[in-house]
Design a protein around this ligand. Structure first.
Ligand SMILES: [Zn+2]
Length: 71
């Protein structure tokens, strides 16, 4: 399984190397239908559901994970 190179959320961006998986990366790993694809990056976006953009960026809904740390 390919893993994304990174995530746009603060939890991941500001983590020190080696960066732990944030909720979004963990979500991708937990969902083989998404995890089989190679993503350049995970980006939080105003989308209704997880969406793969043409350029290989995975868009994840801002509120999908119900995580107050990101609000
Ligand atoms: Zn993230």
């Amino acid at each position: 399984m390919m893993e994304p190179n990174g995530c746009s959320c603060p939890a991941w961006k500001f983590a020190k190397a080696p960066k732990p998986d944030c909720h979004h990366i963990a979500f991708i790993k937990a969902n083989p239908s998404y995890g089989e694809q190679a993503f350049k990056q995970i980006v939080l976006a105003n989308v209704r559901e997880v969406t793969v953009r043409d350029d290989g960026v995975l868009l994840t809904p801002l509120i999908a994970f119900n995580d107050l740390h990101f609000s």
